[in-house]
Ligand binder design. Structure first.
Ligand code: G16
Length: 543
């Protein structure tokens, strides 16, 4: 089979964002658009010839077509061995696990994560390196530079492969293996968690629901929660992956996982609820009548890690993205371990984990994970919680409230202003920066600004610097307002405002966060001149 060389011309909009290249499906369907990006990966990431590459996606619309294209191109580019998830499926954490287990040189993951799918929805593609994690900025930038000069790509003339059946195929010098997408991942989970204790918890009448949101985690949750842990069938809701996620928005938060939230907040709801997103790396944790913020969840997992077999010997350190609340910092301090503050984007945790500096890490954007892989991991977080619940035999609410009583509570909220005009959103950020000189020392009601900056990160392992990572305004007593522009949206600009305050007094910890944070929310809007600059008087989404 002789590779064919196809002439092409560059597209100028292929710079990867927070997590790979995300665009509308219709953009990806344009002739050569996907091929240019894939070839740019092969051209700029050296040493892939003859190596193993993992390929899979979250099953969204265009997933199958894209995988067939990538298989042909990978074979034409001399990749030795391709491991492809059956039906083109691999959750992002499972892809990371497969890359690591099989010593692959990397992987191509097709997903736009929590963004809606379908013909008018979003699609995405990213490259993960041999450690199983998203490529660092120096690689994504090299890929981007290549997309700007590309003039040809390589492919083969051959029929589609039967993706729905396990088996091995030869394409020229390349072996393509269709693998079970769940097996390696499920085995890894069994090695980390006390499945016997969780099974016993479930047999004792503890009830749970897991909402797969018609996205990729359905098959994983069925296998692990129902088949291996014995949860009754029906525990997994919306468990069949659909190309358009059933018309839903596969983002596990209070706004989009409404069916699950209503169940957990009903009179006879289950003891525990959880949801995961399009590609299975995010998680939302709920108790009966109780929502656990992702920032609190990271702090709690850290504080309780010794109850879990995989982490019984202690944890080396923790990391959180800058906008994530400071709750985990207090736990780290008590444990006497380092807490690293990185920019938003899971790719920043990889170096810290590879260097053995960090065991657990997490983000406010519903992501938690550990060094078992190099991606955040939705079902892993669910199992971690179930393991803690099995060991402590208390309700989710009791565990969280005890935690606040011990460490203090970080009230936290995020307000998103979606689909803003790019110029207006950039104007907000510039306006805030222009106030840096005069803000420190200023008093806003009972809040006094101590400092402000645009966050810059120097990677402690390789010394690389990432600047312009979000504006921080810090106040006396540990309160913060953070402003960032999202790097994952596909329409206009999304302004995220993260607002946080610290409450050490258990008597004042049970307030609603929107009420507790109301004065800071007002200050955040005023400092940014939101209505005047964006025309908006309220956020699009509050989490
Ligand atoms: C990605 C990244 C996360 C990031 C999130 C939100 O998650 O992997 O690290 O926190 O996007 O990013 P932004 O605030 O820039 O929109 P996912 O689940 O979308 O891959």
């Amino acid at each position: 089979m002789t590779p064919r060389t196809i002439s092409t011309r560059p597209f100028t909009d292929q710079r990867p964002g927070t997590s790979g290249l995300r665009k509308k499906v219709t953009r990806f369907q344009e002739p050569h658009y996907l091929e240019n990006f894939v070839q740019s990966i092969f051209d700029s990431v050296g040493k892939l010839q003859g190596e193993t590459l993992v390929v899979g996606g979250d099953g969204r619309y265009f997933n199958r077509e894209a995988i067939q294209t990538i298989i042909r191109m990978a074979a034409a580019n001399g990749i030795g061995h391709l491991l492809v998830g059956r039906a083109g499926l691999l959750s992002t954490p499972a892809a990371s696990a497969v890359i690591r287990k099989h010593g692959a040189a990397g992987g191509i993951i097709l997903s736009a994560s929590h963004n809606p799918g379908g013909p008018d929805g979003d699609f995405g593609i990213k490259f993960n390196t041999a450690n199983g994690g998203p490529a660092p900025e120096k690689i994504t930038e090299a890929i981007y530079r290549r997309t700007l000069e590309i003039d040809r790509y390589l492919t083969l003339d051959c029929p589609d492969l039967p993706l729905d059946h396990l088996g091995s195929h030869r394409l020229g010098e390349t072996t393509v293996e269709i693998i079970d997408p769940v097996a390696d991942y499920a085995q890894l989970m069994e090695a980390l968690f006390d499945f016997d204790a969780i099974r016993e918890l479930l047999q004792g009448g503890f009830t749970l629901r897991f909402d797969a949101m018609h996205a990729v985690t359905g098959p994983y949750a069925h296998e692990i929660l129902e088949n291996r842990l014995g949860a009754p069938s029906g525990t997994v809701m919306n468990g069949t992956p659909l190309p358009d996620f059933g018309g839903g928005h596969p983002d596990p938060n209070l706004a989009y996982a409404r069916e699950l939230v209503e169940l957990l907040f009903s009179d006879d709801g289950p003891d525990f609820g959880a949801a995961s997103d399009g590609d299975g790396d995010r998680n939302m944790i709920l108790g009966r009548n109780f929502f656990v913020t992702p920032s609190d969840s990271l702090a709690l997992l850290t504080a309780n890690a010794r109850l879990v077999p995989g982490y019984r010997n202690g944890i080396a350190g923790v990391a959180r993205s800058m906008p994530t609340s400071l709750a985990v910092d207090r736990v780290a301090e008590k444990l006497g371990i380092e807490c690293y503050e990185t920019p938003t984007g899971w790719k920043f945790f990889g170096n810290l984990m590879d260097a053995g500096k960090v065991t657990l890490c997490g983000e406010e954007s519903f992501g938690t994970g550990s060094n078992h892989i190099r991606e955040k991991d939705g079902l892993w977080a669910v199992l971690f919680w179930l393991n803690i619940l099995a060991a402590r035999r208390q309700s989710v609410a009791e565990i969280v409230r005890q935690h606040w009583a011990e460490y203090g509570r970080n009230f936290y909220t995020r307000h998103d202003y979606e689909e803003l005009e790019m110029a207006a959103a950039q104007g907000v950020m510039q306006h805030l920066e222009q106030q840096f000189a005069i803000l420190p020392g200023q008093q806003f009601g009972s809040f006094r600004v101590t400092s402000c900056d645009n966050f810059s990160y120097t990677d402690p392992v390789d010394g690389s610097v990432s600047s312009n990572q979000g504006i921080r305004i810090l106040f006396d007593g540990g309160s913060r307002i953070v402003y960032r522009l999202s790097g994952t949206g596909t329409v206009g600009a999304t302004l995220r405002i993260y607002i946080e305050s610290y409450e050490p007094d258990p008597g004042k910890q049970l307030q609603d966060p929107q009420e507790a944070l109301a004065p800071l929310i007002e200050i955040a809007g005023r400092l940014a001149e939101l209505p005047a600059r964006t025309g908006r008087t309220a956020p699009s989404v509050i989490t």
